[in-house]
Design a protein around this ligand. Structure first.
Ligand SMILES: *Cc1c(COP(=O)(O)O)cnc(C)c1O
Length: 397
């Protein structure tokens, strides 16, 4: 009998006790709205922002209602107008092109490489077409940021980073999200900190920061922020910046603060699992591992591999055989998008020319989650099942 994996690929760890206690304190006093403070009180949301700014080394940080909200807020704050073109990754999650479309701008997709990062040659070729890039570090894979920034600086392109999968990661020792003018993060349940929904935006630019705070729905209460610029900066923007409400609340902030403190440790635990999976799958016939840049310090919270050039029926056979044994794999090459596997050609509101390189990569791209509830033994079992089933289908073909 073949061994079967019985764990759950979508089960996160519980909220740390300290977070539960802090949440209960907020529930007991009832001041959930971030600007509802007792005299002299600093809100959980404001403290969270101060701590996130310190964690990322940014001058300014803003906590918001979701990662997708952070992306849209960043686009507005840097001055993207309806009709503007915004370059972005062809391989990313639906909220990224969605945020661009939501401000009336036009996504222009850049090809992905076999290592699942933005294709910098294609970016260079397209650089003259747009003044903005929303760079998505999809699935935590970080491109050569030095080359990317050189291309964008030369072309006068403003870079916004989507760090939904790189909170706690770095490039060459600099935290992810600190290379572009704005970095955006998500604290949705499946990311690196869990408040159900939530997000952050960081920047060193005082006017972008002030606009983002106003946009998020601060009314004229911006002085209650601890990681925002001074009132003189708000004086310059406060009458011209619409309120596009999307605040963080004190309950979620309370849950997040202890999780931020634990982030480096959690990142190390994710990387242990990622590295174990990578070692165990190395040398599997027909399976290509993703190569990572030497200067990238990612957080391996999910795992991807390629079955390059495989027939659709063979990839589907691997998925079916693994599913039989309790291993849930997602495939970006299926004819119809399922769950989160939509592709650039699924986003028909954003017409794109065909991207042959991306099509070839996604046709063989398999994805799995690595929640921290998995032990290293769980990872070993999952890897042995994938290895056996990929090998079996490969031999038949
Ligand atoms: C989750 C995610 C987002 C959006 O975050 P939400 O908090 O769910 O709005 C953006 N980009 C990527 C790559 C994501 O995975």
């Amino acid at each position: 009998m073949n061994t079967r994996f019985t764990g759950n690929f979508t089960q996160q760890e519980p909220i740390p006790e300290e977070g539960i206690e802090a949440a209960l304190a907020v529930l007991r006093h009832g001041r959930l709205h971030r600007y509802n403070t007792a005299p002299g009180e600093l809100s959980e949301a404001a403290l969270l922002e101060q701590e996130f700014a310190a964690l990322t080394g940014a001058r300014y940080a803003l906590a918001v209602a979701s990662g997708g909200y952070a992306l849209g807020c960043a686009l507005r704050a840097v001055g993207v107008r309806p009709g503007d073109k915004v370059l972005t990754n062809a391989f990313t999650l639906a909220p990224v092109p969605g945020a661009i479309a939501a401000v009336g701008a036009v996504p222009v997709f850049v090809e992905v490489t076999e290592d699942l990062v933005i294709d910098l040659d294609h970016l260079e070729a397209l650089a003259g077409e747009a003044r903005y890039l929303m760079l998505s570090h999809m699935r935590g894979h970080i491109c050569d940021i030095d080359r990317l920034m050189a291309i964008c600086d030369a072309a006068g392109i403003t870079v916004i980073e989507d760090c939904a999968h790189t909170m706690g990661a770095a490039w060459d020792g600099v935290p992810s999200g600190r290379h572009g003018v704005v970095g955006c993060y998500s604290t949705q349940t499946y990311k690196h900190a869990n408040s159900g929904e939530g997000g952050f935006l960081v920047t060193d630019d005082e006017e972008i920061a002030a606009r983002a705070v106003m946009l998020s729905g601060s009314y004229m209460l911006y002085e209650r922020h601890l990681a925002a610029p001074g009132p003189e900066v708000f004086e310059r923007v406060k009458y011209d910046t619409p309120n596009v409400s999307g605040r963080m609340d004190n309950l979620r902030a309370a849950i997040l603060r202890p999780q931020l403190r634990a982030l480096p440790e959690q990142a190390a635990r994710w990387n242990e699992r990622y590295d174990a999976m990578e070692r165990a799958l190395g040398g599997t016939p027909g399976l290509r591992l993703v190569q990572r840049e030497a200067r990238a310090q990612p957080v391996g919270s999910s795992f991807q591999f390629l079955l390059p050039g495989w027939a659709d029926t063979a990839v589907q056979a691997v998925l079916d055989r693994c599913a039989e044994r309790g291993v849930e794999l997602k495939w970006f090459g299926a004819a119809e998008p399922q769950a989160f596997t939509s592709r650039y050609d699924s986003w028909r509101y954003a017409q794109s020319p065909a991207l042959p390189r991306t099509d070839a990569v996604l046709a063989g791209l398999v994805d799995l989650r690595l929640p921290l509830t998995f032990s290293l033994d769980d990872v070993a079992l999952i890897a042995s099942i994938i290895r056996a089933e990929v090998s079996a289908v490969w031999q038949q073909a």
